[in-house]
Design a protein around this ligand. Sequence first.
Ligand code: NAP
Length: 293
Amino acid sequence: MNIAFVGMGIMGKPMAVNLKQAGHTVFVHGRRPETMAQPVEAGCAGCTTIADAAAQAEIIIVMVSDTPDVEQVLFGENGVAAGAKPGAVVVDMSTISPTATRAFADTLQARGIEMLDAPVSGGEVGAINATLSIMVGGKPDVFERVKPVFEAMGKNIVRVGDHGAGQVAKACNQIVVAVTIEGVAEALTFARKNGVDPARVRDALMGGFAGSRILEVHGKRMLDNDYTPGFKTKLHQKDINIVMQTAKELGLALPGAALVMQHLNALMGTGGAELDSAAVMKIVERESGMERE
Ligand code: NAP
């Protein structure tokens, strides 16, 4: 298949390379030309504009940062809408607002272009190994058409529902992850303040109901006081902001997520933007005078 891929970041680059390796013809565009070097070396064709890439493709994948970025890529000057042929499918794999996603799908539909929202979970490792979980929103027949392309990038591929449903599932994922990180940080700090070894507490908890991937992976980062990302705080803050914005639109109370949002804000304000979001632990510790070096 002819595929355009826009957004050559941590995630986009290996995903485009995996598509090429699966036998597709891939036209890539990176806002900074140097970011296309590695995919071009792997056999992808580099394009100067987004419209150029889109014009040559049946499927146009977008993997950029936030909601305004997707809007600009789709509808900005020399963007996707300026190049895509009627009948093409836009697949937005960025994590963005479900509400905006539904509006983008409607605008594209009016121009004869289909859309799927397909955000992912699994991080850079999942992107490199083609083991991403992919949460999809959109029409069932369009999903079936694109499924072989998803299979070159991921393993657990679920059509959740109509337009926006993939982004809703991703927001749910981020609520569970954020609130669990907060819970693990509080529990391990509680252990230390009681004079009990938090590492032994984590060992004891791993086999019971409190056991989780977050206790295992993020709990280890907290014990080691090593917040090399992983998933950066600035991206987790962006995602929880999407959650809170959507909850506000719906008149929905999410007090747990709101509390973690405040801790992510505090972490951003104290130089933590580039740290793994498990560094919420630093804020929990600071609030009770429990800082470590
Ligand atoms: P990233 O490394 O920061 O890459 C984002 C890419 O998008 C960059 O190449 C950037 O270009 C490009 N971009 C941003 N705004 C643009 C615009 N307006 N026009 C054109 N290009 C634009 O981010 P990432 O880690 O690949 O994440 C991409 C998306 O996947 C995000 O929505 C993120 O939340 C989501 N995600 C990430 C992870 C993860 O572990 N990293 C996991 C799951 C989901 P420049 O290079 O010029 O800045």
